[in-house]
Design a protein around this ligand. Structure first.
Ligand SMILES: Nc1ncnc2c1ncn2[C@@H]1O[C@H](COP(=O)(O)OP(=O)(O)OP(=O)(O)O)[C@@H](O)[C@H]1O
Length: 445
């Protein structure tokens, strides 16, 4: 028995475009309904079963955005994609923020249309069950909010920007969004934007043709081609040089890239997720990050809470990690002082730092016990626990206070490592890049 074909509602007042869309969708074996304005679209939505809506933005009696809003208000749970005029970034962004699943820019590419329809219709199938341990542990309210948001994000194609301090699980969140999305069976490509030499960026992102430059002895795919159909995760996106930001913006807007040495552009279908621990808004204000790219990447924002906001979860995290790091051997027990030290620590390097501390402690533990000394807590947490480190009366702002604590922690780590930054970063439980950034921010060069 054949399942009932999915039904797509097209909302467009241009008869030619409506017909083109209709024919394309019918050829894909789908049922099609059509409306020429907002009012007819809402009437049809109220009456008919519908699995996807494609709506033009400009309609005779209103905007496509109203169709998106109607679907949201009525809680119809139907993905809706908007068709926007060439180059109208604001419209596409507004529609995605209002809950649209994706957008198509005019002139329409039928290949892009077919790809969008396929992934939109898959979204309605239940997400695959996550196997094994969840990527993001934690039951505190802040982490529950993150999970709820991830569930929502997995149901749209909107570009997501994940903010949060170093080690808060931004990459894990990005992977989780991908794994819960309709793109789960397609590639997830993670790129550390700060780790690619500037001269290689274009070829790494967009690929190249054989002979494009000396040494290019075969065609090679770039990140965009590798992530085709799936998700492209741009980590440390703030590190992209301005020239590359322009090229990236263009690729995102056009949904097309051109390999080095190629005459033609090729269509790419990627969902973008980006992350940075830096303050992108501030970088935009300073002219170091393009505002238009920021809007494109940050259609929906996801903020990862620092570990110090998940204090209630700490005992659970500690127990899980001890179990993980002592797999295959006897699990050492924390003595009371060690437990108290862990619970009172500040964790500037967040979850990653906690992992490092416990992995090291398991290795150092003797006679099945972990003592406070085995934890080798970084200086910052201890500093934060000292009475003298409390915010001072007389108007010291929270930021000044935190900067002071951070500066002291970094100083101590640098002293302990004889000025070796790589080692200091390890002691602090942060990446080298993160330490370099902090040194710069605090004027500690
Ligand atoms: N809530 C969590 N539950 C379990 N593990 C977590 C959680 N948050 C982070 N981790 C772990 O912490 C480590 C760092 O996570 P991840 O790389 O995702 O952080 P990040 O924010 O992307 O870091 P960076 O800013 O340095 O790139 C990983 O090993 C990850 O598994």
């Amino acid at each position: 028995m054949n399942p009932t074909p999915s039904c797509v509602l097209i909302v467009d007042d241009e008869p030619d475009l409506r017909e083109l869309l209709q024919l394309t969708l019918l050829k894909m074996g789908l049922q099609v309904l059509a409306a020429a304005n907002v009012a007819d679209a809402c009437r049809l939505l109220a009456r008919e079963r519908c699995d996807l809506v494609l709506t033009d933005m400009r309609l005779p009696d209103g905007e496509g955005l109203q169709v998106v809003q109607y679907i949201q208000q009525q809680q119809l749970d139907i993905p809706v994609a908007v068709i926007t005029a060439y180059g109208s970034t604001e419209n596409a962004v507004a529609a995605m923020k209002a809950g649209a699943f994706d957008y198509l820019a005019k002139p329409l590419s039928l290949a892009a249309l077919r790809a969008l329809v396929k992934s939109a219709l898959q979204v309605r199938e239940p997400a695959p069950a996550a196997g094994g341990e969840p990527r993001l542990l934690g039951g505190a309210a802040a982490m529950r909010d993150v999970r709820t948001m991830i569930d929502k994000l997995a149901r749209t194609q909107a570009a997501v920007h994940i903010s949060g301090e170093s080690g808060t699980g931004k990459e894990q969140a990005a992977r989780q969004i991908h794994e819960q999305s309709a793109r789960a069976s397609q590639p997830f490509v993670a790129v550390n934007c700060g780790a690619i030499p500037e001269t290689l960026m274009e070829s790494e992102f967009f690929g190249y043709r054989k002979g494009a430059f000396t040494g290019a002895d075969a065609d090679r795919d770039g990140f965009f081609q590798l992530a085709h159909g799936g998700t492209l995760f741009l980590d440390e996106v703030a590190d992209l040089p301005l020239a590359m930001q322009v090229k990236l913006l263009r690729a995102i807007q056009e949904k097309k890239v051109r390999r080095l040495g190629a005459a033609q552009e090729e269509a790419v279908d990627v969902r973008l997720v980006s992350a940075t621990h830096r303050d992108l808004v501030q970088l935009v204000e300073q002219g170091r990050f393009r505002q238009d790219l920021y809007y494109r990447l940050n259609v929906i924002g996801l903020a990862m809470p620092p570990l110090r906001e998940l204090r209630d979860d700490l005992p659970q995290f500690v127990a899980r990690l001890l179990q993980r790091f002592s797999a295959g051997s006897e699990q050492p027990q924390l003595d009371e002082a060690a437990l108290q030290a862990l619970l009172g620590y500040h964790y500037p390097g967040n979850f990653r730092e906690l992992e490092n501390i416990l992995e090291r402690a398991v290795a150092l533990a003797s006679d099945g016990r972990i003592r406070a000394g085995d934890l080798q807590l970084g200086a910052s947490g201890a500093e934060a626990a000292l009475p003298g480190a409390q915010p001072q009366d007389g108007g010291e702002t929270l930021q000044d206070y935190l900067d002071r604590v951070e500066r002291a922690a970094i100083d101590k780590a640098l002293q302990a490592s004889d000025g070796n930054r790589t080692q200091a970063a390890r002691l602090l439980g942060v990446s080298f890049r993160s330490l370099r950034y902090r040194l710069e921010r605090l004027g500690m060069k």
